[in-house]
Write a protein that binds this ligand. Structure first.
Ligand code: DLL
Length: 441
């Protein structure tokens, strides 16, 4: 059941702080973080020395551009403890990123880091209408991945009752949602879609559930997907963003205005840069998101390149928060597909498919190289009610999808229409790309 648009704010002092005051606070915290990093992390000290920057050169937020970037490769190279700025004795938690092969990307957190991260998620849950009266089902995976524990801690902090399901076992998830009277759901948007569709297929109506909102993140999704989800369950589907290296979920979160995600600026400084030149870009211009942690003491990150693409927007939101907002992530600079020279983001294809009634939200992009030419195949699962034996209609649908993809991406794709439930479902982050171009040598 959708809730009234009332804006609850967890930490008014920090979330609604005057713009200049916050900048001052960020400058002070940045100065401390850089001094800590320079003193305790040899890799970053060497990098600052090589760039000719000393801690005393950093006095205000504006000075941040003098500092060298950090990259995911730094975490791999310094695995597992090389980037710790705190004594190992003070580290109380290790978390890691999901879905990678080989060594995971891990981050170490002090007790204070865990508390800060917990408050970030508490702010997100509050913004989604959550509080002590709520029952929050956490269907993010628990483990090294930050989703499960992150959402769990935040929901506990606001005093909600947590149902720690972790991911998977869809029938059991749905039974608990219904029987426990769950009011909020936390999981990936692809899993939320799968859950919502299964709920409807089981003949359960939204009125039989008490779900009022959900905090969905850990992977890119679209506005169209929000509409789809909200129409299935009659609730508020909100975006939540984060990454292990910085904290976990809650680095940024949407409020009920649904106009971008508020970044917790008392704990991080966000920049958008041109991924090629490294120059800062103004509000509204898409580029790579870069974060600097300014309160983390376990493993601080300075100008960490996320490779996520989005825009920033400063100003006061309709909810009263004054924190900068980031747009949805439209892709990553590194998993962006380049097909015949054209940049392709899975989210663009998803938006096309969601505009086609017969197509479901389940799809795969397969890229092959045939006679030195890139070939993109879009596999689309059709909805249950589509008659796949109607060859005329199948041909029309396939042409329609091809035309729309061409209009949006300016490239041609082969379209394969598949029966319902033929694409494997994910319980965590969805895998939507198979790139065969670099294999087979
Ligand atoms: O995915 C943390 C998280 C858990 C966020 C639960 C939200 C909810 P990692 O596994 O380290 O951490 O992956 C971080 O996931 O750089 C983005 O590319 C992507 N990502 C995270 N949230 C979003 C989002 C968690 N809301 C990487 N929209 C990030 C788009 C997202 N992409």
């Amino acid at each position: 059941m959708r809730q009234k648009k009332i804006h609850y704010i967890y930490n008014k002092e920090m979330e609604c702080m005057d713009f200049d005051e916050r900048k001052k606070l960020q400058g002070e915290r940045l100065r401390k973080t850089v001094a800590l990093e320079y003193a305790n992390v040899p890799m970053y000290r060497q990098r600052m020395d090589a760039a000719g920057v000393k801690p005393e050169d950093i006095q205000s937020v504006e000075d941040i551009v003098k500092l060298p970037f950090m990259e995911k490769t730094d975490l791999r190279d310094e695995f597992p403890y090389g980037l710790l700025a705190a004594d190992k004795h003070d580290i109380v938690r290790i978390q890691g990123s999901s879905g990678t092969t080989g060594k995971p990307i891990v981050s170490g957190y002090t007790k204070e880091d865990v508390d800060i991260w917990t408050e970030m998620v508490a702010r997100a849950i509050t913004a989604a209408g959550g509080g002590p009266d709520d029952i929050v089902q956490v269907a993010y995976g628990y483990g090294l991945f930050t989703g499960g524990l992150g959402a769990h801690q935040g929901a506990t902090k606001v005093g909600a009752m947590v149902v720690p399901m972790s991911s998977g076992n869809t029938q059991r998830q749905i039974m608990m949602l219904k029987e426990m009277g769950v009011t909020m759901l936390c999981c990936t948007p692809s899993y939320a879609t799968y859950l919502a569709e299964t709920i409807r297929e089981m003949g359960i109506q939204p009125e039989e559930l008490k779900i009022k909102s959900g905090c969905f993140g850990a992977e890119p999704w679209t506005e169209e997907m929000r509409q789809h989800l909200e129409s299935l369950l009659d609730f508020d589907a909100l975006d939540i963003y984060g990454l292990t290296e910085i904290a976990g979920p809650g680095v940024a979160f949407e409020c009920l205005e649904k106009q971008g995600m508020h970044i917790n600026e008392d704990h991080v400084i966000a920049e958008i840069i041109d991924p090629v030149t490294g120059e800062q870009l103004p509000d509204g211009t898409p580029g790579e998101l870069v974060f600097t942690t300014i309160t983390k003491t376990g493993m601080p990150m300075i100008r960490y390149r996320t490779h996520d693409i989005c825009t920033l927007q400063h100003g006061t939101c309709g909810c009263g928060r004054t924190t900068v907002k980031m747009s949805r992530i439209t892709g990553r600079t590194d998993d962006m597909l380049v097909i015949r020279g054209v940049n392709v983001f899975p989210s663009q294809i998803e938006a096309v498919l969601l505009g086609i009634e017969e197509a479901s939200v389940h799809y795969m992009l397969v890229v092959d190289r045939v006679n030195s030419q890139d070939k993109l195949t879009v596999q689309v699962e059709l909805n249950e009610n589509v008659d796949m034996n109607d060859t005329e209609n199948m041909a029309r649908l396939s042409d329609l999808i091809k035309t729309r993809i061409k209009q949006v991406l300016l490239i041609s794709a082969r379209v394969e229409l598949l029966p319902p439930k033929s694409i494997p479902r994910s319980e965590g982050k969805a895998k939507r790309i198979t790139d065969n171009r670099n294999t087979g040598f």
